[in-house]
Design a protein around this ligand. Structure first.
Ligand code: PMP
Length: 359
């Protein structure tokens, strides 16, 4: 059984009801007499599960099943860093990448191998005055945003407009935690190991017209347009990871859907940020207040030694997974959907106590 709260940035804490259902599936999947591990991808039980996962996630995002697809891929979000330019980047029309986090840079440099891209800078310490992309001089293949910065704790809140070309969003760390209208991407993708279950899977979601643009030279298994036309996977997909995603989708719906997840996210984050603001001399954040991530709360303390002893003290209280990303250091508390309000309250209370003792 779970002995501590886990605030890891991904893989993240999975709700216990989901884990319990997966445990049942491991022993026997849907009265089939077989474990989920033994279910093949042409088995009608799997096809039903895949269909439910796809329609379930589209329903949660309030996207029409008639016009949109959710495609599941073996492999994480970094794989999509390459598949996006392979599918969307056209000669003579660079792609624009909004640079808001470590992951934006990773996405941009992966795309660079396939053609011209432009990096659009963004000062995360200041409130954004409006949609971040300016009018571009020539044609643009697509515009790319990282809707939530898992490393630095910056979340894009404003509506983003992308006239003349699709807006593509890496939503790895905030898919299913917020309603879409505020950023309105045409295509979004995410690794599964934060709000969609476990590692080994990514999902690409978009309007069929937007996904249908891949050139025919794009290899079959990576070609969004071809995959959009198919309902039965050709190659063996990661059945177990898809089963976990299907259960996460079901759990999200049972808990009240994305609107409810957003409401909880706001409250959880508010609790933690209010302690940060009350002890601004102890917990230092640089992200503009309006763009503080509700998923990854990131801060620095006086020095590395203080951060290390904070993290050790938290672990002693059963509050784990809070070391900052290797590239950024500091402390990071992730408040994904699988983290309850009570758990968020526990870490906020601990932070408050710790800061008061430091004084
Ligand atoms: N994008 C974002 C926003 C992420 O947070 C991560 C992983 N933390 C990635 C991409 C890379 O994901 P993966 O490890 O699934 O390739």
């Amino acid at each position: 059984m779970r002995t501590h709260h886990f605030f890891g940035a991904g893989p993240s804490q999975v709700p216990l009801p989901v884990i319990e259902r997966i445990r049942e599936h491991l022993l026997e999947y849907e009265s089939s007499g077989r474990s989920i591990l033994e279910i093949g991808h042409r088995n009608p039980l799997f096809l039903k599960m895949l269909e439910q996962a796809e329609s379930g996630i589209l329903d949660l995002l309030e996207l029409s099943r008639d016009t949109h697809r959710a495609l599941f891929f073996a492999g994480g979000a970094r794989q999509q860093f390459q598949l996006i330019p392979i599918n969307f980047l056209c000669a003579g029309a660079p792609a624009e990448y909004l640079m808001t986090d470590y992951w934006s840079e990773q996405a941009a440099s992966a795309a660079e191998a396939f053609g011209a891209i432009r990096r659009i800078t963004c000062d995360i310490t200041r409130e954004q005055p409006g949609s971040p992309f300016a009018d571009s001089a020539g044609p643009v293949s697509y515009r790319h945003i990282t809707s939530n910065g898992t490393v630095n704790g910056y979340q894009l809140i404003l509506p983003v407009v992308s006239p003349g070309c699709p807006l593509i969003a890496d939503m790895s760390s905030d898919l299913l935690t917020r309603r879409l209208p505020d950023i309105r991407p045409d295509v979004m993708y995410a690794g599964a190991q934060k709000n969609l279950g476990c590692a080994g899977l990514s999902v690409v979601i978009g309007h069929q017209d937007a996904l249908g643009h891949a050139a025919s030279r794009v290899p079959f298994h990576w070609n969004y347009a071809i995959l959009c036309d198919r309902r039965v996977p050709d190659a063996t997909p990661p059945v177990l990871s898809i089963a976990v995603a299907a259960e996460m989708i079901r759990w999200t719906r049972e808990e009240g859907g994305v609107g409810e997840m957003e409401r909880r996210s706001r409250l959880k984050a508010q609790g933690v940020y209010s302690v940060i603001d009350a002890h601004a001399d102890v917990y230092r954040t640089t992200v503009a207040i309006q763009n503080r991530s509700r998923q990854n709360v990131v801060w620095h303390m006086r020095d590395a030694a203080t951060e290390a002893s904070f993290i050790e003290a938290a672990v002693r209280e059963g509050l784990t997974g809070i070391r900052g990303h290797a590239s950024a250091g500091g402390v990071r508390v992730s408040l994904y959907n699988g983290v309850s309000m009570a758990e968020a309250d526990d870490i906020a209370r601990f932070m408050d106590m710790y800061a008061s003792h430091l004084r």
